[in-house]
Design a protein around this ligand. Sequence first.
Ligand code: PRP
Ligand code: ZN
Ligand code: MG
Length: 225
Amino acid sequence: MNNSNRLRIAIQKGGRLSKDCQELLKQLGIKLNLREQRLIAHSTNMPIDVLRVRDDDIPGLVMEGVCDLGIVGENVLVEVQAERLRQGIPSEVTKLSKLDFGYCRLALAWPQELGKQDKSWFEGKRIATTYPEILKQYLKREGINASTVMLTGSVEVAPRAGLADAICDLVSTGATLEANGLMQGDTILESNACLIQNKDLQDTDKLALINKLMPRLRGVRQAKE
Ligand code: PRP
Ligand code: ZN
Ligand code: MG
């Protein structure tokens, strides 16, 4: 558990969501000194500490109560939840709000030169992905017998490198698929960033602070509409 009396928020250190997360914290009135390349940044005007970590670690940190809040893509949240459920360890969080950034889709893709393919093409194929649990659930649902190859990065080069026949990866602008000669197929999951809270949080001061921040968050979201 987070024994600190300061509210701990986990955000992504470097990557697609980092800039928007920092901007959001600023819009919520949380003053931070993020200049130093530190793991923890202390707010100068509120009892809040911001932890900057790998996005994949955020759901676990919040589920374990190491952090009280976290900002993470639903794609990462759903994958970690499925993985923890399989392992029989706690996987619940309280979803406080969907956020208006970090939109992407988890989609299948294969070498462009193969042309358009339907689902049956995947039968017996190897699919590289960072999201094996979500992919396996999809394959099961669709009744496709394919194997998954887990890669934590550079998924888009897997077909060319002979590691897999196809991939299942995040697509935002589509530039990565394009640059790697891949054709996009079915979308398996659509995702946005979201704000999550440890489901057992009981500290009244922290809950009061969150209650103060939530209307501000709604204000920020409405101003964007
Ligand atoms: C994703 C994905 C691609 C890229 C696609 O990585 O793995 O590399 O974004 O975006 P595009 O369609 O705009 O080219 P991301 O940066 O989300 O996360 P990662 O570093 O955890 O793979
Ligand atoms: Zn990641
Ligand atoms: Mg990537």
